[in-house]
Design a protein around this ligand. Structure first.
Ligand SMILES: *Cc1c(COP(=O)(O)O)cnc(C)c1O
Length: 388
């Protein structure tokens, strides 16, 4: 009997340890882990530099209050700002905290400039921004909000790709549009670059803010440090989390100078956010994943993986409907429900995870090796052949 609440439908498997792209189960089986904690372990399991960073810091200082200076956090914030559009960073511990703080920053900005009526956030229907009370209502998903009323007001929704509805939903009370450049949980739907550009123009025209949720698609997962970079747009606020801690819980909100002006002392805080232990790990992840060489490698792995997955799609046109994604945020959309497919992959020692729209999500570590991609392709081919 388990004393853990039943809010997860867990697979009957547990792991003793992990190394790079692999996980080793309690019953001594070796799995190729292309879930990596859902795009969290950017560098795979037990990366030597991360192990070293956390060990070293753990002997010096774990936690001090944000009432004091935290040089490790200063360092990471500086690195992030030098690499991106951001002028300021606030550290949190998770994605939902980051998206909620993004909403706070947007509302507070309009309050600060004397327009407190501009407080509504326009989001994509059935998107994913986390599981806290406000974030579930931001997502506009019936499944996630059922039974958790009263409804948190202040969110409006439009359907993914429906530009007319998007324009119609902007009112004088809209403060910001919040979207994921690549919808993760929603089924690996990429917002095309020209749409992001139009979105930025629309926000400028309506004098509202653009929040891009890069919690899943950010931190080099897409082949660029941020998924929106290819479009050349500059967002106002970007929540991040998953990949930046490489397995240690870290979240953050990146923002430009304009909106940061509203975040005066006392407006936001977090007990744990940005503590020295977390920041030691975050700095190490950042140093590795943000270099041009590393990003080029992600792009190379992605190209190889995607082109070969597309070959499998051609080979099994009745099973695979579409290969989606960018970088190493990959979705295999099937014609049928993906549950059995994912189980068969797991029986063959490849771990993947579902997303909406009958999508099998494939999330290797960003430093995945070519021969590991080959191994995954071989297993996917085998399962397709079995199901044919
Ligand atoms: C995972 C995710 C979140 C929530 O992150 P948590 O750490 O689970 O709170 C928010 N937004 C996006 C796009 C995500 O993928």
């Amino acid at each position: 009997m388990s004393y853990l609440a039943k809010n997860y439908n867990r697979k009957k498997i547990s792991f003793k340890y992990g190394k790079g792209s692999f996980l080793y189960s309690k019953d001594n089986k070796k799995y190729l882990d292309f879930v990596q904690g859902i795009a969290v372990n950017s560098l795979g399991h037990a990366h030597p530099k991360l192990v070293k960073a956390i060990n070293n810091q753990s002997k010096k200082l774990w936690h001090v209050s944000n009432a004091f200076q935290i040089p490790e956090g200063e360092k990471l914030a500086k690195k992030i700002c030098q690499k991106t559009f951001a002028d300021y960073v606030m550290f949190q511990n998770s994605g939902a905290e980051a998206t909620e703080a993004a909403i706070k920053v947007a509302r507070r900005y309009f309050y600060f400039i004397g327009k407190p009526h501009k407080n509504r956030i326009l989001c994509v229907k059935n998107s994913f921004h986390g599981r806290t009370i406000a974030a579930i209502f931001a997502s506009g998903s019936k499944k996630m909000t059922e039974g958790f009323g009263p409804k948190v007001s202040g969110f409006d929704h439009f359907s993914f790709g429906d530009h007319r509805s998007l324009k119609k939903k902007i009112t004088k009370n809209t403060a910001a549009i919040m979207v994921e450049p690549i919808m993760g949980e929603g089924g690996i739907n990429v917002i095309p670059d020209f749409c992001l550009k139009e979105l930025r123009k629309l926000c400028n025209k309506k004098k509202i803010l653009l929040i891009l949720d890069e919690v899943q698609c950010g931190i080099s997962r897409s082949g660029d440090f941020f998924a929106f970079e290819q479009s050349k747009v500059k967002p106002d606020i970007v929540p991040i989390a998953k990949g930046i801690g490489g397995g240690f819980p870290i979240g953050a909100i990146l923002m430009n100078k304009k909106v940061a002006a509203g975040m005066t002392p006392g407006t936001h805080g977090s007990t744990f956010g940005g503590n020295p232990l977390a920041m030691a790990v975050g700095n190490t992840v950042m140093d590795i994943v943000s270099t041009k060489q590393f990003l080029n490698n992600v792009k190379k792995s992605s190209k190889y993986f995607l082109s070969n997955l597309n070959k499998l799609k051609e080979k099994y046109p009745k099973i695979i409907k579409e290969i989606r994604g960018r970088g190493l945020l990959i979705g295999i959309q099937l014609y049928k429900d993906q549950t059995n497919f994912i189980k068969k992959l797991m029986d063959n020692k490849l771990l993947t995870i579902r997303a909406a729209d009958q999508v099998v999500r494939v999330l290797p570590p960003l430093n995945v090796k070519k021969k590991e991609i080959d191994q995954a392709l071989k297993i996917i081919n085998k399962v397709c052949a079995e199901l044919k």
